[in-house]
Design a protein around this ligand. Sequence first.
Ligand SMILES: [Zn+2]
Length: 184
Amino acid sequence: MATILTHPAVPLTIGVVLGRGVIPARLMEFGVLCAILPDADVAMFKLGVPYESIFGHRGFSHSILFALLVALAFRYGSKIGRERPWTTFLFLLFATISHGLLDALTNGGLGVGFFAPFSSHRYFFPAQWIEVSPIGAGFFSERGLAVLRSELLTVWLPCLLVALFGTALRINARGVKGSAEEGT
Ligand SMILES: [Zn+2]
């Protein structure tokens, strides 16, 4: 896995680029929760479920179906889902899927079961830029620092650039729209 500190980078970036008008703070909080939720499956180790099982780590909870179910649950089961149904569904769907996408870019562990429970195949992307994070207490070590350094360079830095560029485009588009309206 990438670390729990880094998975929120993707929904945070999307939220910053789209702005508070589209992704309000409350929805952003749900997005951050959805981005870290799949790793709750490490509890399966304690229950004796093996890593390679469909319901093991990086299995069903990292799948597209799981992301769909989570997004639907918030869409129909939360107040914000009633206020902004499509934005809530799409934002939380992508926030949850983004977890598996980042994990599939790491260089260790088993791959991601994107199609669980229909397929037990585990996937990695051809490029695996992110140093895999140790599971549990191993995070607080020299290796944990190396992982954070790797995530800063391969996730946070690109996200920061996207956030800056995207925000500049949004503000510029708003300025152009404002001037056009003034000109009418
Ligand atoms: Zn994970």
